[in-house]
Design a protein. Structure first.
Length: 254
């Protein structure tokens, strides 16, 4: 996608692999200075190396998004290095398949702390910087497994709860931050070709059952979601805020 983000500074969480890595590469290719953040400094550095080889500018910051002190430090390091924050892509997340009756309190807390609390902490910290410059864009990665307008998903009660929470939080953030020139939108992907769907792929019957619900009868590519991230991060979507955009090969339409 032909998007110009030169002069912009973008933070992508969960960017060491999968969709997060794809988003980081795409934003860098569009000209943004990119902060590659995740729980492994070494793996983040590898993504940064890839960006630099392509003549982009990036830095790696290790961060556990469920811990406020680490999130605050990530924002501080970004400001120290690049001077501002223009774009935040909240992407870090975990997906644990486990029957509802077997879920433990620790299972629940870990998923909610990373997938939902982490989004809150990162968005709040980044927003405080964006308010100063009267501009900014936040893109929250949710999922079609979000309930209500999306779907529930067996063995993912905690995951679905977190993703539904992201959509509700996105809408409220959009309302409160609009006066400061900050736009907030969410993306709800379906089955995307990342390590997160490996448990589905390991069982041919389960995978075929999943594909049977998708009119395009295939999983999506991370790059296809990244194209949407680029659109929402750019001025091309300047009149969009508070929206949740579904990209799922037609799953929900079925």
């Amino acid at each position: 996608m032909d998007v110009d983000l030169k002069g912009k500074v973008a933070i992508i969480t969960g960017a060491r692999r999968g969709m997060g890595k794809s988003h980081a590469l795409a934003l860098a290719k569009a000209g943004a200075k990119v902060v590659v953040s995740d729980i492994s400094q070494e793996e983040c550095e590898k993504v940064v190396e890839e960006i630099k080889k392509a003549k982009g500018e990036a830095m790696a910051i290790k961060c556990d998004v469920s811990k406020k002190a680490e999130v605050d430090e990530m924002i501080k390091k970004t400001i120290d290095e690049f001077g501002r924050v223009d774009i935040l892509v909240n992407n870090a997340g975990i997906c644990q398949f486990k029957p509802f009756l077997d879920l433990t309190e620790d299972d629940w807390d870990r998923t909610i702390n990373i997938n939902l609390k982490g989004y809150f902490l990162c968005a709040q910290a980044a927003s405080k910087e964006m308010v100063k410059q009267k501009s900014g864009v936040i893109v929250n990665i949710a999922s079609i497994a979000m309930g209500q307008v999306g779907v529930g998903f067996p063995t993912l009660a905690h995951y679905c709860a977190s993703k539904g929470g992201i959509v509700g939080m996105t809408e409220t953030m959009a309302l409160e931050l609009a006066p400061y020139g900050i736009r907030v939108n969410a993306i709800s992907p379906g089955a995307i070709e990342t390590p997160m769907i490996d448990p589905l792929k390991s069982d041919p019957k389960t995978m075929e059952g999943t594909l049977s619900q998708i009119p395009l009868h295939r999983t999506g590519k991370p790059e296809e979601v990244s194209n949407l991230v680029l659109f929402l991060a750019s001025d091309s979507s300047s009149y969009m805020t508070g929206s949740t955009v579904v990209i799922d090969g037609g799953w929900l339409a079925g």
